[in-house]
Design a protein around this ligand. Structure first.
Ligand SMILES: C[S@@+](CC[C@H](N)C(=O)[O-])C[C@H]1O[C@@H](n2cnc3c(N)ncnc32)[C@H](O)[C@@H]1O
Length: 305
């Protein structure tokens, strides 16, 4: 492994954006024993994919993304609804815009461990989801974005393979570069595709899968669980995350209660094995909406008898 990257990130953040160091301290304090390993894994891939300056540029993107999210949440508090409701609009102004998506996806890549409540989801991913999967499994990732989750899965499961599908060409480029940086490109492939068209992919072709922070981007989120049910082999498990009352430029479906996600999974015939709901430690003063991130572990039941 090359020199440690976390001290470089912390030094740059502290010097350039000191107001953001509180959030990072919160993340460290949620898992002091494990934060460093997770951060270093992600940062080594970032270094390999983007080179020395890429780390600083990704930190700039993280700060921009976090600031945009906070502004979107303040507008949501004022308006009482998300800014956009249609997929076509968001696709036009956002998913198809390469320069915008590039910074956005690398910014999100760093939120996985720099936002304390997302670090909690990382622990759930590793401890509750990856620990269950057969090493040689065929995995599917729906909306990989930056590809970090899938890379982590293949890193832990050295015989597994992964097929990823995302609507954004920028995602396909970044996720492929992260897999290559991690030296696992021979076990992964990415195709540009709308998640709503995955019913065309072979039924029961996945042992396991990941769909993180896609569901709130869909006009008809129920269809994501239908697709997961279609893709999974009986007994297979999927890791799904979603945002509730948490605004972002591309969040169009407003979830208010954790039970809404659970009910949707069940309506598609999936069993909900475990859930986790997390929230940031600090919110806007007198906020009426608590932004939350939820993770679910769902399973396609094996038919009995
Ligand atoms: C917030 S990012 C999530 C990235 C990553 N999965 C994560 O958890 O950090 C949302 C991703 O969903 C993708 N996306 C949005 N709508 C989609 C659709 N209908 N089909 C496939 N991908 C979609 C976007 O291009 C973007 O990469």
């Amino acid at each position: 492994m090359t020199a440690e990257q976390l001290p470089r990130l912390e030094a740059y953040l502290g010097e350039r954006y000191p107001q953001f160091t509180t959030g990072v301290r919160e993340a460290v304090s949620r898992a002091p024993e494990r934060f460093g390993d997770i951060a270093e894994m992600y940062l080594q891939w970032l270094l390999q994919a983007r080179g020395e300056n890429g780390l600083f540029e990704a930190v700039d993107a993280f700060v921009q993304f976090t600031t945009d999210v906070n502004l979107a949440q303040a507008r949501y508090e004022a308006d009482g609804k998300y800014e956009y409701q249609s997929f076509a609009e968001v696709n036009d102004i956002h998913y198809s815009q390469d320069s915008q998506m590039y910074g956005y996806l690398w910014g999100i890549y760093l939120t996985n461990f720099l936002w304390a409540h997302h670090l909690e989801i990382c622990l759930f991913f590793k401890d509750r989801f990856l620990s269950r999967i057969d090493d040689a499994g065929a995995m599917i990732e729906i909306a990989p974005g930056h590809g970090g989750w899938g890379a982590w899965a293949l890193h832990e499961l050295p015989e597994a393979t992964l097929r990823g599908f995302d609507i954004s060409p920028t995602s396909i480029r970044i996720a492929s570069s992260v897999m290559e940086a991690a030296g696992m490109e021979s076990r992964a492939s990415y195709v540009q595709k709308d998640a709503m068209e995955l019913a065309e992919v072979d039924a029961e072709s996945a042992d396991a899968g990941i769909s993180s922070f896609l569901i709130e981007h869909l006009e008809q989120p129920q269809r994501l669980f239908d697709v997961i049910h279609h893709l999974l082999k009986p007994g297979g498990v999927f890791f799904v995350t979603g945002a509730l009352t948490a605004a972002q430029i591309d969040h169009i479906y407003e979830f208010h209660k954790e039970s809404e996600l659970v009910a949707m999974a069940e309506n598609s015939g999936l069993r909900v094995l475990e859930t986790l709901s997390t929230n940031p430690a600090r919110t806007l003063p007198r906020a009426r909406f608590l932004p939350r991130s939820m993770a679910l572990l769902v399973q396609k039941p094996v038919s009995i008898g």
